[in-house]
Design a protein around this ligand. Sequence first.
Ligand code: SAM
Length: 311
Amino acid sequence: MKTEFIQELKTKHRIIIGDSRNMEEIDDESVHLMITSPPYPMIEMWDDIFRQLDERIEKTWEKMEVENSKKRKEKYIREIYELMHENLAQVWKETYRVLVKGGIACINIGDATRSFNGIFRLFPNHSKVIEHCERIGFVTLPYILWKKPTTKPKYKGKGAFLGSGFLPPNAYITIDCEFILIFRKGELRKFKPHDELRYASRYTKNERDSWFTQIWDIVGIKQTLPEVERRVAAFPEEIPYRLIRMFSIIGDTILDPFLGTGTTTKIAINLKRNSIGYEIDESLLPVIKEKVGITQKLLNSDYSVKIVKRF
Ligand SMILES: C[S@@+](CC[C@H](N)C(=O)[O-])C[C@H]1O[C@@H](n2cnc3c(N)ncnc32)[C@H](O)[C@@H]1O
């Protein structure tokens, strides 16, 4: 009886082509879990999107590029970094509004290393996101370090250790982890005793033992994937798969405000959760459609997908 009910459950999915700094299409306290990977501040591949999103970033960037004084250049770099995080924080604020009490937000973000002004340095994006989310009111929970296959160690900010790379002290630690930050809105979610859907969503002992640890060794998206998957730095399906199983129950609603190629929607469909995804770049729509299976007939399917174009 119970299993039949779950098999019949039809889930709904919305893909909104629009800017998630405003999520007016979503009611307050209607989302149970948010999973996302935003553009990473100070990573070169995302410079253009931040410059297009906020005129202040574009203007400061232009001033920074032509500035000769190192001191003033440094000030502009700091301002740009702050503004990039301010833009992301608007999405975290909207997420807070739409999450139910006890709802969880999982943010996959990597720190950036970059040379400006002739100085190689770290931009610790994960700590900026934590600062903003705490200010918004989120409760910070222990986070996950996603260990990616190692790239070559760096020497003086350059690609690889050269012969002299064995001599202390001028080499740098290689960034080979990204963060999956975890936050909760307020107190724990409440359920009725023996909630059927909650029990049907349980994980196994092996899953619990390997998922609720701090280091996840998951192979990233392969370099042989289509250009578009690399262009948006799609995350491996294993990431949303685990997080959805860990922090939501069947029938819940999952939000991804930076949908990219639609990985979160695809996994939400497979795991019988509803979903909402925002993506600002309309050119990704054919890829999203392909990934979530709406190029095939959805008739008699156990899920429906609605695409909304805001522009
Ligand atoms: C790192 S990618 C997400 C990749 C995704 N996890 C996947 O598996 O394909 C970030 C995405 O956010 C989109 N984006 C950036 N700013 C946005 C905004 N303000 N609103 C909606 N989407 C945005 C970018 O176009 C990009 O596709």
